[in-house]
Design a protein around this ligand. Structure first.
Ligand code: GDP
Length: 183
């Protein structure tokens, strides 16, 4: 007889094409897959070690969100995954201004879900595609400023070039969540 593993549930949100799937796949498999079959909406599940303890990590990849007049437009099942998640990772691309501008709306949507369903989950903001220097259109200072306004943690990463940053961002979030959960 063994106790069931504890599960940590993370939802990954952001505009289409910012690298949500690439980040999740990179974190969970260490691999960067450039051109792969799109499988946004997948629920990935892996056993990981957090502070020496085995936990089940579930990551919900979601299809791209869009901007609308009254907030971020999310498919219904994405709103559901917000109720389900212990934490939310918001992603924008430093090469896509609109994806950056969508972040406050997405954050608001997350907060709104939380007010209807309890405590607000921790949110991490990831600026992805930092390797594409020549295509950058969101300045390096803007990410931390936005994160400070929203009250969330911030990392600039590259799913394609840097595994350790991507791993560090997700791993620290897992540690934080593992501490918060009752044993
Ligand atoms: P999603 O729609 O947010 O899930 O985005 P994808 O993960 O499908 O990525 C969209 C495109 O951006 C794909 O062609 C990826 O290979 C590419 N991509 C993702 N992350 C990076 C990155 O960090 N750097 C570069 N150069 N390309 C990336």
């Amino acid at each position: 007889y063994s106790l069931p593993n504890r599960a940590i549930k993370i939802a990954v949100l952001g505009a289409g094409g910012v690298g949500k799937t690439a980040l999740v796949v990179r974190f969970l498999t260490r691999r960067f897959i450039g051109d792969y079959e799109r499988n946004a909406g997948n629920l990935y599940s892996r056993e990981v070690q957090v502070d020496g303890e085995q936990v089940t990590l579930q990551v919900q990849d979601t299809p791209g969100a869009e901007m609308s007049d009254n907030g971020a437009l999310l498919p219904d099942h994405v709103s559901c995954s917000l109720h389900w998640a212990d934490a939310v990772v918001l992603v924008y691309s430093v090469t896509d201004r609109r994806s950056f501008e969508l972040v406050p709306q997405l954050h608001q949507t997350v907060s709104r879900c939380a007010t209807s369903g309890g405590r607000a989950p921790p949110v991490v903001l990831l600026a992805n595609k930092a390797d594409l220097l020549h295509l950058r259109c969101v300045d390096q200072e803007q990410g931390p400023l936005l994160a400070a306004t929203l009250g969330c943690t911030f990392y600039e990463v590259s799913a394609s070039e840097d595994y350790s940053q991507v791993h560090g961002a997700f791993h620290r979030l897992c540690c934080q969540l593992a501490k918060q959960r009752p044993p």
